[in-house]
Write a protein that binds this ligand. Structure first.
Ligand code: KIV
Length: 272
């Protein structure tokens, strides 16, 4: 099946499950602002992730750690105002759920109440399972995130492919099964071997969305700014660029500067 079902008026977690069952791949992208979210929703993206990667691409931080819950809520609200069709998932940022399950629940409730998003995403498996359960028990849909979990970059020390060793791969499969068992509606797998993704997909029934995790996943997610080419300095193997927006924007700005300097802009029709 080539393109997404345009007849769906609102993508829900149930719709994602049906897509998986029918073999339709799920397409997910990040967005952090109203204008971008509107464009990608109107293009019929299935899921929009208000990712904590906003810390990198919006604010220029080296890691995702500095972004706050208030900032995630600001981005989430901006996206929700624009979106009619896509399921909207908001990342719980570093420090907003690891302390205790009560803190996790409070953070998730704030996101749901103050943004109007459809679900939250948390990084980790067994070590955060109490938090995941408590959020789910409040009726909030949760998406898991395993493999390269960027909030743990200081523990990993590097952004290389995760779970290449047997022990980490086995833990990842166990974590995926556990996240499904407690009720997560889906899991993001980031930067792991494609063969391991195949095993995870065989081990669980919920949709698995990959980023650098190979073709076996039930869907794919990319950071919007990476796939449209505004982040040319970031070139992991898994990234396919669909546009070179840095060229497009740079050329537009150079032409504008030139038109202002040469007094070509504004012309007689562009003034009152
Ligand atoms: O924050 C983010 O953009 C993410 C994706 C990389 C999955 O979590």
């Amino acid at each position: 099946m080539k393109s997404s079902k345009t007849s769906i008026t609102k993508v829900t977690t149930q719709v994602l499950r049906e897509m998986k069952n029918h073999g339709e791949k799920i397409a997910m992208l990040t967005a952090y602002d109203y204008s971008t979210a509107k464009i990608i929703d109107q293009a019929n993206i299935d899921v929009i992730l208000v990712g904590d990667s906003a810390a990198n691409v919006m604010a220029g931080h080296a890691t995702t750690l500095p972004i706050t819950l208030d900032q995630m809520i600001y981005h989430g609200r901006s996206v929700v105002r624009a979106v009619k069709r896509a399921l909207i998932v908001v990342d719980l940022p570093f420090g907003s759920y690891q302390g205790s399950s009560k803190e996790a629940l409070n953070s998730a409730i704030r996101v749901m109440k103050e943004t109007g998003a459809d679900a939250v995403k948390l990084e980790g498996g067994e070590e955060i399972i109490e938090s995941v359960q408590r959020i789910l028990s409040a009726g909030i849909p949760v998406m898991g995130h395993l493999g390269l979990t960027p909030q743990s970059i200081n523990k990993f020390g590097t952004y290389v492919v995760r779970a290449t060793e047997k022990a980490e791969a086995e833990k990842l499969i166990k974590d995926a099964i556990l996240l499904q068992k407690v009720g997560c509606f889906g899991i993001v797998l980031e930067k792991i071997p494609a063969k391991l993704t195949q095993k995870v997909v065989k081990s669980v029934d919920i949709p698995i969305i990959g980023i650098g995790a190979g073709a076996a996943a039930d869907g794919q997610v990319l950071v919007f700014h990476d796939m449209v080419g505004t982040t040319q300095d970031f070139s992991p193997r898994f990234l396919r660029r669909y546009a070179n927006l840095d060229d497009v924007i740079g050329n537009a700005v150079r032409r504008y500067i030139d038109d202002v300097k040469t007094q070509d802009y504004p012309n007689s029709k562009e003034q009152y």
